[in-house]
Design a protein around this ligand. Structure first.
Ligand code: M6R
Length: 608
């Protein structure tokens, strides 16, 4: 969601803050701001809109100082205006606060502070924190922050500077990620490792409940009673190139084209083709525990929820264990049936999605073991799950998830294979599935080699107001994912449906103006899909089909066709989803949309 950056050292803070904000702009891009401690005062500069607007404002009125914090915002409380942009200053101007998360009792705190004469200048929940720290200031900034946090309910990643206690940033974390970057005579604070990677790889991830005091020559981590805590220094193991566009027009396109590599990375060292199984080091599930699983719940949001649906079909088919897939936002407020023999698989690219995290905690509370399929190393879900499978897809910057999706499907396949072999899948079938997995990176490359064809198809549909996506079986979630990709980056209304369900309603929409994308590779339900294609053609719909071979049954029925290689049915989504990513991408670009930063969206949804 929003991004936080902080710098304290011997150099001017503003260039570091701006660079960090630019690298995190994918997390939120409604408005941005910085606050720099400048001698006896804290000077704030904010602007509505993209970081470029803030840069212009700072060029016109530079702020100087060696300690500062910055923020890029995805609006929750109040519209994305300059007055609502962070940092928020205390009434006397001595304290400046940037905040990710939501202060749930902000209204009550606002009323109390107003009663004491504080005037509020924004619609945000965050502003209460600035006044509260001023109100409770005695001694050090960290003491004031700790005292203020005693009054606060909700979630936060906070970074605070004050002219009353110069030379430091005080940070606090509860439910919103923060890390300290360790430099030489300088330290950084960020909500996202990509913001500081150009300056250091040594980081300390804060845990919930931590308060950190970050200074030029060191840092301290305290608990909520100001007692010192020890936290491990970790190393970021990816390069700057991973977070740069590297010649591609957009991060999304770069990430689509990285998939041969990311699919391979997800399997590296894990797939054992000759034994028809996989080795997953981080599962933390013994043979006995794997054998004792009665049922599996998979919970996730958005694209990750789509991969969960594919996981459900894989696990039920090959492991014969009942699986339920739940939107994390629904799971957390239901009264689900969970026992100590339930495995809860939690899927999240970011590892920070608030609903998914809360669902995981709820499953744990009810006695389930949790297994996180997460991309971002060190993220909250990865730290709190009982066991995990990292996706190893590298940073995903484009707001529309692409490479993380295919890696999720591969990770689910690896887990399925391991569990299935333990639960009775024959070695022959295991080897067949493992071989199909091993062939995927090359097949993904083949799909991408045909990207240009999809660019031509996109030209035909760039003005369509609606698009329907249909698929059956394991390709129904692919249809859902194709529709989500298109709507989030092109703003075209798109729906994904099980192909046969179309005749129970959506068929009313079909006419010559309605493009229908069929995910129709040659699989066990192909013949059924053909009937659905005929139903669309009979009503003059335009058919775009993703197919895997010459199909006499489709002769004369397709207006546009995109061919993918064949694999086993359960792995088809890895190949079939890529043309739909390309279709969405090219349509959005042709419509002039901002593909990497679509309106109203942010990469990681850390609020409910
Ligand atoms: O980081 P997560 O996988 O938990 O994110 C879940 C969704 O917010 C995410 O997949 C979202 O739907 C993407 N914008 C899809 O492209």
């Amino acid at each position: 969601m929003c991004g936080i950056i902080g710098y304290v050292g011997g150099k001017q803070a503003t260039p570091f803050l701006l660079e960090g904000l630019r690298r995190m702009e994918y997390r939120g891009y409604d408005s941005a701001g910085v606050a720099v401690a400048n001698g006896g005062a804290v000077v704030t500069c904010r602007a509505a809109g993209k970081i470029a607007r803030l840069e212009s404002a700072l060029a016109a009125t530079p702020v100087h100082g060696t300690v500062g914090v910055g923020h890029t915002r995805w609006a929750t409380h109040g519209p994305p205006t300059e007055r609502n942009a962070h940092p928020h200053a205390s009434a006397d101007g001595t304290v400046a606060v940037v905040h990710n998360g939501i202060i749930e009792n902000a209204n009550a705190l606002r009323a109390v502070l107003q009663g004491k004469g504080y005037e509020f200048r924004s619609d945000t929940d965050t502003e209460v924190m600035a006044h509260l720290v001023q109100e409770l200031f005695e001694g050090s900034l960290e003491d004031a922050v700790i005292n203020a946090l005693r009054e606060v309910e909700g979630t936060y990643g906070l970074a605070i500077v004050s002219s009353r206690d110069p030379g430091k940033i005080v940070a606090a974390r509860k439910g919103s990620p923060l890390l300290i970057g360790i430099g030489d005579g300088e330290h950084f604070l960020a909500s996202d490792a990509s913001a500081i990677l150009a300056h250091t790889r040594q980081v300390v991830y804060l845990d919930d409940g931590d308060v950190a005091v970050v200074q030029a020559d060191g840092y301290r981590v305290l608990d909520r009673d100001a007692a010192p805590m020890s936290r491990r220094v970790e190393k970021i193991d990816w390069d700057l190139s991973a977070i740069e566009r590297g010649g591609y027009a957009h991060f999304m396109l770069k990430e689509i084209f990285e998939q041969p590599q990311t699919v391979e990375n997800a399997m590296r060292g894990r797939l054992i083709v000759e034994d028809g199984t996989s080795k997953l080091g981080g599962l933390n599930l013994s043979h006995e525990q794997l054998m004792a699983i009665d049922n599996i719940i998979i919970t996730a949001c958005g694209t990750s929820w789509h991969s969960a649906l594919i996981g459900e079909m894989m696990i039920e088919e090959l492991c014969r264990i009942p699986v339920e897939v739940e939107y994390a936002s629904e799971f957390r407020y239901r009264n689900p049936i969970v026992t100590d023999r339930t495995l809860c698989i939690v899927i999240s690219q970011s590892g920070e999605t608030a609903d998914t995290l809360a669902a995981m905690r709820e499953a744990k509370r009810r006695g389930a073991r949790t297994l996180g399929l997460v991309n971002v190393v060190g993220s909250t879900i990865a730290r709190e799950d009982d066991g995990g499978i990292y996706l190893h897809a590298g940073p995903e910057i484009g707001v529309a998830s692409t490479k993380a999706f295919t890696s999720q499907v591969v990770a689910l396949a690896l887990f399925t294979l391991k569990l299935a072999r333990k639960r009775g899948l024959s070695v022959t079938r295991g080897i067949e599935f493992a071989k199909a997995l091993a062939a995927l990176p090359g097949q993904v490359r083949e799909v991408l080699d045909r990207a240009e064809q999809m660019e031509h198809i996109a030209e035909e549909f760039k003005r369509s107001p609606n698009v329907l996506y249909l698929g059956r079986g394991v390709n129904f979630p692919v249809a859902l994912e194709g529709a989500l990709k298109l709507k989030e980056i092109s703003y075209i209304h798109a729906e994904g449906y099980p192909a046969a369900e179309m005749k129970h309603g959506p068929i009313a929409l079909i006419d010559e103006m309605m493009p229908v994308v069929f995910v129709a590779p040659h699989d066990a339900v192909f013949d059924k899909v053909v009937s659905n294609v005929q139903e669309v053609k009979a009503r003059k719909g335009t058919v775009i089909a993703v197919t895997s071979r010459d199909e006499p049954a489709l002769a004369g029925l397709l207006d546009y066709e995109f061919r993918i290689p064949e694999t086993v049915d359960l792995l088809m989504p890895v190949l079939a989803s890529i043309p739909l990513q390309l279709l969405a991408y090219y349509i959005a670009v042709k419509r002039g949309a901002n593909v990497d930063q679509p309106r109203n969206l942010a990469k990681s949804v850390t609020v409910e």
